[in-house]
Design a binder for this molecule. Structure first.
Ligand code: SF4
Length: 928
């Protein structure tokens, strides 16, 4: 017998009807014509016309012969390079048509994700970390766990080790009675299996035949089930093992007209007579009963029901509770009564994203019902709120069934792959082990209660984020005043090759835009997100320009994620108790708290995060190394090797040893003051790294000792480390090569991150580097960014307190990263228990990043940051970059000094763990 791994074949299935583009490109045509004319007049030398006509968009928005006069909106990815360079000519605005997609629960971003998945069958991957709210109600308030070091399952999604998503549906007796011959004499299990833990739930009542056929055929393709009302099964002649007739009281006689023997016949509501009738008619069939999720199951269990289908409304609401809470209660009750293994729980309502599937299973389901997400994939339109099942208004377009089947198959493949990501990160080999594993999940309310214990809540909860804000009408676009090329000057455009002149033109325009935008009284309409607001990005540009925080017109301290750092604040002393300006404030921290090995002290409590050659350009690496040297702190090579250009800065360049071992050599370890072991990273906890083939240029491949233009995977985890003892061997290996090196251990933030930190200490680490889940500069699966592992705000106090309790806090340095955006975030992280922080995205912002998340797309970052494209890389001049970063550091230092002064502290070291100096501004947390 040949064993076949289950696999879902995908195929591109583009939308049949136009899907609104994400952005609209607005161009002031007259200004554009004047600008080009002026450039033509002003520029001299060969290639003048090409330089004047060269366009800032690398995605082809201005690719028509008439360029900006007829932009191609569909190609715009919102990188904002054009409007950054020419704010008086181009504006990018979010397309208001997209605000009408979905409804208050199924928001436009989720619609977008479903469309991508249905079109391609791929896992959505984007750069630049997580962009959304900190947490929230329902599924948003949960994070799944990951297994930091000891992990049996590796690279499941890439197929190297099989992870099963098979689930069993049906009823099982509590135990088996066997006779002397080993034959079962008592009740037997009545189950069947399907390869995916989700099924296609009832379509809306007005769904036409093509929709029903699509659901049934797609369910057959992915070995799932399609639930269809009995009347429609009969009317359209649907048949097959994947068809689940849903029968209502009064339809007993119709059941006999079925032309096939179903595996499952569902009762639309409880009816004892109908239940007995169906069991008698189809003795082999499993008979679930559909119930409101808020209903008590026990009375029906005592009447013989073993398969329950718990139904919430389309927004996941089950009476007063959210479906997840209700499922936990039901699952717990069945466990306490000792009958959970006899029962199958199906559930549906509000499952609209891939991450909802594992979360619902963790809460207690065996299999998860899909509904509105399927309809979105088929390009159905919602009219009004699609909330209550009986009132939802949904219209399906015309489409051929094969197209619909492919779309739903693609969606299933993408969701299954994302389930594999979650299972792989947790170290689980099969989804059946996930059911009810609430211990492998972190709930926001509980995690905050623990992490922020003792921090007073000073304001009532902030109003819930939801569709209201995004439904606001778009503001009229405001235009920057005209800044003519000639007036601003173009000193570098008279010499060099044509390419150099083109780059010089764009670089100059970019620098001008970075300086101008933060001073305008309005923001670029498409800039920013909940975590990195437009204000935070613009204030980053401002600080990089001026070396101080901006005026009050930009909020430079907090974002609007609705949680974590954004709701924490300092309880400053009254002004008359602030330390006077002439009292010196010490912002230095030690990086080695052990009594042996080099005693390294950095004058500011932060250094630069690892960003590999390949994920960023050499110019960016150089700029970061220069500023590290200037400030006597550090930067890191990341895991892509150690370019020779960094050797002059070697005393300030840490090197990374990650699971792929790319570019790891004895000489690079020997020259590093700090060697970082990267066990995991916050942007993709429990998953390996992935450098796309397009970015593995000849130079990058040489550095990594790999083949050019071939994608590179860093596996997860280290395949040589399964214990603290193995971990110690790693440390000993480094110390044998470089006895002077400090050892930093970079880990993600699972639920047992405190134990991981202790293990790292006993393995010999000097620094434990906690990388929270919301940060990251490289590309990562979207499902990993939000849903796996803890945000850094919740991980720091957990580790700090545990190390204190273990009596080793003063021998280990905690450095925090992953979502550190501002000087205030640094100070809050230290108050929560870190010694210092590690900066990644904040540095890229200073160099011009707009957080557009296109780092892995096409030629890479259009601003020349996360790219290996030779031309784009030249947009960042290392000296210019180093000066920007230095200014940012200076601004952060000034703010940190002011924070300490207002708290009455003379040293940043006194701030560590001082949660008593923090207050919490509402949110979801409740005092214990
Ligand atoms: S690094 Fe570049 S591509 Fe990536 S988010 Fe920033 S601006 Fe966009």
């Amino acid at each position: 017998m040949v064993f076949h791994r289950f696999h879902i074949d995908t195929q591109e299935a583009p939308e049949r009807y136009p899907h609104p583009s994400r952005f609209r490109v607005r161009v002031k045509k007259l200004r554009l014509l004047f600008m080009v004319a002026e450039e033509l007049l002003h520029l001299r030398g060969p290639g003048r016309v090409q330089v004047a006509l060269s366009r800032p968009c690398v995605y082809g928005v201005f690719g028509r012969p008439v360029g900006g006069l007829a932009p191609i909106h569909e190609k715009c990815v919102g990188c904002l390079r054009c409007t950054t360079q020419y704010p008086h000519v181009v504006q990018i605005v979010p397309n208001p048509q997209r605000q009408n997609l979905g409804d208050a629960y199924l928001n436009p971003d989720w619609v977008d994700t479903i469309m991508l998945e249905a079109r391609t069958g791929r896992v959505p991957v984007r750069g630049a970390g997580y962009r959304g709210p900190f947490g929230g109600q329902g599924w948003d308030g949960m994070w799944t766990d990951m297994s930091e070091i000891v992990r049996p399952t590796r690279d499941g999604i890439h197929g190297r080790e099989y992870i099963s998503t098979l689930v069993d549906i049906g009823e099982k007796p509590a135990f088996l009675n066997l006779d002397a011959g080993g034959q079962i004499t008592g009740p037997k299990p009545k189950t069947f299996s399907m390869e995916v833990p989700f099924f296609y739930d009832l379509p809306p009542a007005n769904a036409p035949r093509r929709v029903l056929q699509t659901l049934v055929e797609a369910a057959a393709r992915v070995d799932s089930l399609a639930f269809v009302p009995l009347s429609q099964v009969l009317r359209y002649g649907l048949a097959g093992p994947q068809v689940v007739p849903v029968v209502s009281p009064g339809q007993e006689t119709s059941l006999q007209r079925l032309t096939f023997t179903p595996r499952l016949v569902e009762l639309s509501s409880w009816d004892a007579g109908l239940f007995a009738h169906v069991q008698k008619l189809f003795p082999q069939a499993v008979v679930p009963v559909r119930l409101p999720a808020a209903q008590d199951l026990w009375p029906l269990f005592t009447q013989g029901v073993r398969v329950f289908h718990l139904e919430a409304n389309y927004h996941g609401q089950a009476g007063e509770s959210f479906l997840g809470e209700r499922l936990r209660a039901v699952h717990d009750a069945l466990v306490r009564k000792g009958v959970r293994e006899e029962v199958t729980l199906l559930g549906s309502g509000g499952i609209v994203q891939a991450e909802h599937v594992p979360k619902a299973i963790i809460c207690g389901l065996d299999a998860v019902g899909l509904d509105t997400a399927l309809w979105v994939a088929l390009q159905a339109r919602f009219y009004g709120q699609c909330r209550e099942r009986s009132q939802a208004q949904v219209r399906f377009p015309r489409f051929p069934v094969p197209w619909g089947v492919q779309r739903l198959t693609n969606l299933a493949a993408a969701w299954r792959d994302q389930l594999l990501e979650v299972l792989g990160a947790m170290g689980l080999r099969e989804v059946r082990r996930l059911r009810g594993e609430v211990g492998r999940c972190m709930f926001q309310a509980e995690a905050e209660r623990e992490a922020f214990a003792g921090i007073p809540v000073v304001e009532p909860p902030a109003p819930a984020r939801d569709g209201e804000a995004r439904k606001q009408l778009p503001q009229p676009v405001q235009w920057a005043p005209v800044v003519w090329v000639r007036r601003a000057g173009h000193p570098s455009l008279t010499g060099g090759t044509l390419e150099e002149r083109i780059v010089a033109k764009h670089r100059h325009a970019l620098h001008r835009g970075f300086a101008l935008w933060p001073q305008l009284p309005f923001r670029p309409p498409a800039l920013g997100d909940a975590r990195w607001t437009a204000d935070l990005i613009l204030s980053g540009w401002y600080q990089a320009q001026h070396g101080c925080p901006p005026e009050e017109h930009l909020e430079y301290r907090v974002g609007r994620s609705g949680g974590g750092f954004d709701l924490l604040d300092f309880a400053f002393l009254p002004p008359d108790q602030w330390l006077p300006e002439d009292v010196p404030i010490d912002t230095s921290i030690p990086l080695n708290r052990r009594p042996y090995d080099p005693q390294i002290v950095i004058p500011i409590p932060w250094y630069g995060a690892g960003m590999s050659f390949g994920s960023v350009s050499e110019q960016v690496m150089l700029a970061r190394a220069m500023v590290a040297k200037a400030w006597n702190t550090f930067t890191s090579t990341g895991e892509g090797g150690y370019p020779d250009a960094l050797i002059p800065y070697a005393r300030h360049v840490n090197t990374q040893v990650a699971t792929g071992m790319f570019g790891v050599r004895e000489e690079t370890i020997a020259r590093a003051p700090i060697v970082e072991f990267k066990y995991a990273q916050g942007a993709k906890p429990g998953l390996g790294g992935h450098l796309l083939g397009d970015k593995a240029t000849v130079a990058v491949a040489k550095m990594r000792e790999s083949v050019p233009w071939v994608s590179l995977f860093s596996p997860f985890p280290f395949h040589s480390v399964y214990s603290v003892e193995d971990h110690k061997k790693h440390v000993d290996w480094i110390k044998a090569i470089n006895p002077e090196a400090l050892i930093s251990v970079k880990v993600s933030t699972p639920t047992d991150v405190d134990m991981v930190a202790v293990g790292s200490y006993y393995a010999g680490a000097h620094i434990v580097h906690l990388d929270g889940s919301y940060g990251g500069t490289g590309a990562a699966p979207e499902i990993a960014k939000k849903n796996i592992a803890l945000p850094i705000e919740l991980a720091i106090p957990k580790v700090h307190r545990f190390l204190l309790a273990e009596g080793i806090r003063d021998q280990l340095v905690i450095m925090a990263s992953g979502g550190i955006r501002t000087a205030y975030d640094i100070a809050k992280a230290i108050a929560l228990g870190a010694d210092g922080c590690i900066l990644g995205t904040a540095e890229l912002i200073a160099l011009g990043c707009t957080r557009c998340s296109n780092c892995e797309r096409g030629r890479g970052c259009p601003f020349g940051l996360t790219t290996t494209d030779p031309e784009l890389s030249l947009l960042v001049d290392p000296e210019w970059g180093a000066q920007r970063l230095s200014n940012l550091y200076e601004s952060y230092r000034k703010q940190l000094v002011q924070i300490l002064r207002r708290l009455g502290l003379k040293s940043v070291r006194e701030l560590r763990g001082r949660t008593d100096l923090l207050v919490y501004k509402g949110g979801h947390r409740r005092e214990a």
